[in-house]
Ligand binder design. Sequence first.
Ligand SMILES: CC(C)(COP(=O)(O)OP(=O)(O)OC[C@H]1O[C@@H](n2cnc3c(N)ncnc32)[C@H](O)[C@@H]1OP(=O)(O)O)[C@@H](O)C(=O)NCCC(=O)NCCS
Length: 293
Amino acid sequence: MTELRPLRADDVEAADAMAFASLREAVAVYQPGAPRWPDRSEERTAQARLRIAHLRETDPDGAWVAVDGEQVVGLALSLRRGPMWFLSLLAVDTALQSRGVGKSLLEAALRTSEGAGAAWILATTDPKALRRYAVAGFAPHPGYTAVGPLDRSLLPAGLAVRDGDWSQDAELVEDVVTALRGAPYGPDLDAMRATGQQLVTASDGADRGFLVLRAGTVGSLGATSPALAQRLLWEALARADKPDITIDWLTADQQWAIDVALAARLSLLSGPSSCRRSALGPLTPYLPGGAYG
Ligand SMILES: CC(C)(COP(=O)(O)OP(=O)(O)OC[C@H]1O[C@@H](n2cnc3c(N)ncnc32)[C@H](O)[C@@H]1OP(=O)(O)O)[C@@H](O)C(=O)NCCC(=O)NCCS
C-alpha cells in the first residue's frame, strides 16, 4: 500500500534515483526528438542529491515522499520564497503511475502555497503532469525546446559579459530576479554555487542581467532588457561544453530567446511548459531553472 510522509534525510538517495529514472523515461516517451538523458556521472548524481537535501532543509513542509513499505515510489519537492511558491520536482515510479499517487503528492506540496501571490510549475511533456497541473488550476503556457548542433561560426562577437562572482554579484542577481518573478532566489543561490554552477553577469548602462550555467547549459537567465538577455543567451551557447545544445522553457513570452535560437539555426521542438496560477512579475526576459524557478 502506498502512503505519504515527509521526506527524510535517509530517503534522499532512493528518491533521487527514482525521480531520475521516472523523468528520463518521460522525456524518452513524451518528447520525441529531444536528446535522451545519458547515465549520470557520480558528480551529477551528487549534485542532484544535494538539490533534494537542500530543499528538504529549506522547505521541509513542502517535501514529501510516497512509500510502498520501505521503497520510495514518489517524490514532491516545492519551495516557498516570500510570496512565491514553486514546484521543484514531482515524480512517481514509472511502474506506479496513473494511480493517484501524483495527485496526493501535489496536494501535500501545495499546502505551503497558501497565501502565495505567485504559484507556478515547470511541467514536462508528460500528459499526466499537464493534466494534474491544469486540473489544480495552473494554466499551461506551452513551450518549445531548442535543440541542435551549434554552428560556432554563427556566434556573434563582442558580447561584453563577464564571469560573475556568487558573493559580489548576489545583489545584482537578486534585484534582477525579484523584478522578474516577484521573489529572490534567497538560499537557492548558495545551493547553485554549492552544486558547481557557474555565474555570468552583464551590465549595460542601467540594464543588468545574469546567466547561471548548469553542467554547461542554461540553468537560468534573466535581465532587465531583452537585448541584454539575448547577449547572455549567446554567451551561454558560446560556453556550452558540448556541441549539442538544449534550451528549454521557450514559451511565447520569451520571443527574445526564440529569436536567438532561430539565429543559431537550432530546431524548435514542442517542449516543457510553464504552468501558472498567478505571477508577481513579468517572468520575461527570463529562462527559469527547473530546480528553483
Ligand atoms: C506526472 C506524474 C508525477 C503524475 O503522477 P501520477 O501518479 O502518474 O498521476 P495521477 O495518477 O495522480 O494523475 C494522472 C492523471 O492523468 C490521467 N492520464 C493518464 N494517462 C494519461 C494520458 N496519456 N493522457 C492524459 N491524461 C492521462 C489520469 O487519468 C489522471 O487523471 P485523473 O486523476 O483526472 O483521472 C507521473 O506520471 C510521473 O512521474 N511522470 C514522469 C515524470 C514527470 O514528468 N514528472 C512531472 C515533472 S513536472
